[in-house]
Design a protein around this ligand. Structure first.
Ligand SMILES: [Mg+2]
Length: 322
């Protein structure tokens, strides 16, 4: 199969700066890729690492592939490059393979209702009120994610009490500390939620390397790993509580499809704030997650990305938007 490869740069600002305990995220940038077969089928991918060193590596590998890469070299780049590169190339190859085999689009499933990501500052309460009001209108159960370990403990304790006053009984809350707590802080919050069934999980409460502390905490309450999985991918086969996966940073999505189809439980699909091209794949994976034995709302950050053709569900429109 003769292939051509086109690459375009993209960047966009989030609607709002995302604060985490490890810094801020306000802009996403990277490359969109189009792989075309000699029969004219197109596969699309998005390569957008968050780590600046990985950006340099991705750029070097994309440049080295040239305009007419061998399929073999694309598969090699997936294995040797950063996860974000594997995601983009894997998405595109899976798409042209599906077109070749069945004539159908690969990334066609629509995402289920997402969890809501509310900001960490005091504006979170107004945001939460409007989410709750809408959910009552639509009679929908809500999932809410709140980033913690950003402000002083005192402020966050007060805000948490106000959030819990508001959250309906059947809703679910995810706290994401982005490895910002120490063990005693994490134990405080584990005990705080011991009898509150609204807590779905605490995400990455402890430093990436404190696997012993994370394991001990997971005996008390559900603990979702995020950053630890990126550093120690083998944990994906070992961690029995929740795992937050960011497919756009994680590598070839064909591997994740296999896990979901083999019913690996407690995987949560989460966004890394994609353009429309990457998002089609995330949506599809989130829909597959719903069919596992532990369905839960994906974390797609509704309302955090701008509007426009760059975020269209039609890859041709996304490509033309640049
Ligand atoms: Mg996280």
């Amino acid at each position: 199969m003769n292939l051509s490869l086109d690459v375009k740069n993209f960047s966009f600002n989030l609607n709002q700066i995302l604060k985490t305990s490890k810094g801020i995220l306000k802009e996403k940038k990277g490359w969109l890729i189009k792989v075309k077969t000699s029969s004219g089928d197109c596969g699309w991918g998005e390569v957008a690492p968050i780590d600046p060193c990985e950006s340099v590596q991705c750029k070097q590998i994309l440049d080295s592939l040239g305009s007419f890469p061998l399929r073999e070299n694309l598969e090699k780049a997936i294995k040797s490059g950063p996860g974000a590169l594997g995601f983009g190339i894997g998405c595109a190859l899976a798409e042209i393979d599906e077109l070749n085999i069945s004539g159908k689009r690969k990334w066609h499933l629509a995402a289920p209702q997402s969890a809501f990501l509310i900001p960490n500052d005091s504006s979170c309460l107004a945001k939460l009120d409007s989410i709750i009001a809408k959910s009552k209108e639509n009679k929908q159960r809500i999932f809410v994610k709140w980033k913690v370990a950003i402000q002083s403990e005192n402020i966050e304790k007060k805000l948490m009490a106000k959030i819990l006053d508001r959250l309906p009984k059947n809703s679910k809350l995810r706290l994401d500390a982005n490895n910002g707590w120490n063990r005693s802080q994490a134990i405080y919050w584990a005990n705080y939620f011991a009898n509150d069934s609204r807590l779905e999980w605490i995400e990455q409460p402890l430093p990436i390397d404190d696997l012993e502390g994370l394991f001990t905490l997971s005996k008390l309450i559900p603990i979702a790993l995020d950053e630890s999985l990126l550093k120690y991918p083998l944990l994906k086969n070992q961690w029995r509580s929740w795992q937050v996966r960011h497919p756009a940073l994680d590598g070839d999505p064909r591997g994740l499809i296999k896990e979901l189809e083999n019913n690996v439980t407690r995987i949560s699909i989460s966004t890394a704030f994609e353009t429309g091209i990457g998002r089609r794949c995330i949506n599809h994976l989130a829909a597959l997650q719903q069919q596992t034995l532990t369905p839960t709302a994906p974390g797609l950050g509704p309302g955090w990305r701008p509007k426009g053709n760059l975020f269209s569900n039609n890859p041709f429109s996304v490509w033309e938007a640049l």
